[in-house]
Design a binder for this molecule. Structure first.
Ligand SMILES: [Zn+2]
Length: 203
């Protein structure tokens, strides 16, 4: 267990270090910015069709690195997946050798995969920064509506799943409190369907 903690702590430091190196600003960090980082790191980005359960994959051979990501992913999960792959690029090339890591299947390479999740979460929105921003919001008891408002006012491009995990980590909600809540649907009930999704609406 200690080793796992140490492994995660090292990845948290790496995430902070790479944020500084690439001049990442939480509020303006998005897909365009992550593509720039890929370019600077010499990682090719592909959009091959991937099996449904695979979010992304990292591949390297003879010093050549590439990532493929599931095209159909919504914006925030896609951003998260691309930063997750960055961790494999920084830390897992030796493990892979000439080969690939398929991401999305957490039974295989459990520690490597969880580590990539820890890295991506910190890289996109460092926990300390999140906690500071949350203190400024001043909410003591979290409700489903409160989470929707948090998401709408959140400066970072993160998903509902991300926000709930963070609230759990900071012990502001019990684990799994909002499991099964359809936040996107709730947001639409509270604020209406966003214009870009209206065309496909069947109502
Ligand atoms: Zn992975």
């Amino acid at each position: 267990m200690t080793n796992r903690r140490a492994y995660y702590n090292d990845l948290l430091s790496l995430a902070r270090e790479k944020r500084v190196l690439h001049g990442v600003n939480t509020a303006s960090f998005g897909l365009a910015e992550v593509r720039k980082i890929y370019k600077a790191e010499g990682i090719r980005l592909d959009y091959w069709p991937l099996p449904y359960k695979i979010k992304a994959l990292y591949m390297c051979a003879d010093g050549d690195s590439s990532v493929a990501v599931q095209k159909a992913l919504p914006y925030e999960p896609k951003l998260f997946a691309l930063v997750h792959e960055l961790k494999h690029h920084y830390r897992d090339q030796e493990v892979i050798g000439s080969g690939m890591l398929l991401c999305g299947d957490y039974n295989a390479n459990e520690l490597i995969e969880k580590g990539a999740e820890v890295f991506a979460a910190e890289f996109i929105y460092p926990e300390a920064e999140f906690a500071d921003d949350l203190r400024a919001v001043g909410i003591k008891v979290w409700t489903e509506d409160g989470v929707v408002n948090l998401k709408r006012n959140c400066k970072a491009k993160v998903s509902y799943k991300y926000l709930c995990k963070r609230l759990e980590r900071l012990a502001l909600i019990p684990p799994g409190k909002f499991n099964g809540v359809k936040f996107q649907k709730l947001e639409e009930r509270m604020f209406g369907v966003p214009i870009h999704r209206r065309r496909t609406s069947r109502s």
